[in-house]
Design a protein around this ligand. Sequence first.
Ligand code: FOL
Length: 226
Amino acid sequence: MSSLTLIVAATLTNGIGQSSRLPWRLPREMAYFARVTTTAPEGTANAVIMGRNTWESIPPKFRPLKGRLNIVVSSNPEYLKGSSDVQTSETQTASTSISAHTNIQDAISHGSSHKENIATPAEHRCFIIGGASIYKAALEPATASDSLAAASITDRILMTRILSPAFEDCDVFFPEFRDLKGKDGAFLWSQASHEELEAWVGSEVPRGTQKEKGVEYEFQMWTLKR
Ligand code: FOL
C-alpha cells in the first residue's frame, strides 16, 4: 500500500488538454511541475506514472523526465514492444529509468517496490501525471476492485487551477472530484491551506493568483479526508 499524488493543471471546467497537447504554454507553471515532481531527499527519487498519450505529448528532448523514475502505462502491449523509446524491459541511467506496464496496478507496484541500488535510487514520492483515463482510474472509489485503489491510495491532488481565460476548446478533462462523497454523505476531498501546500512541497510556493502570458492561475492542494 502506497500513497499517490495526482498533479494536474486544469481549467475551471476541468479542461486539461486539446488536440493531444496542453492548451497553454506556461514556463513558470511547468517549472513548478518539474520542481515538485523532482524534489526528493538525496539518495532517493520520485516516480512519475503516466499513460501512453501523455508520454507521447512530452517533447522528445524532455523525455524521459529527468531525475525521476518514468513509468508508462499502455493497455496495448504491442505499443510497448514496438516503440523505440519506451521498452518493455527497463532502461536506466543514474538518475532516470523508464519502465512500461500494461496496467496501472503493475505500474504502481513497480514504482513502490523499487529497492535502492546504484542504478535506481529508492523511491520517495509517486506522482500520477495523467492523462484523463489514468487520472480517472486513480480517483475511482476504494471499493472498486478493478482500480488503482486496490494497489494504492490517491490521497493528494496538486491542482493548478487555470482561472482565465476559459480555454473552451479543451477536448480532454480531469474528473470532477470536489463533489465526490463518502458513504456518510460527507465530501471526500477538501482544499488544504497554502501553508500545508508549502509544508508538503518543502519550499515556498507563490500564493494567490499568478499571471503569466495573459493566463491567470492558482496553485492549490486538495487532500482526501480520512
Ligand atoms: N501538472 C501541472 N501542474 N502542470 C502541467 O503542465 C502538467 N502537465 C502534465 C501533467 N501534470 C501537470 C503532463 N504534460 C512536460 C511536458 C508535458 C507534460 C508534463 C511535463 C515536460 O516537458 N516537463 C519537463 C519540463 C520542461 C520545461 O522546463 O519546459 C520536466 O522536466 O518536467
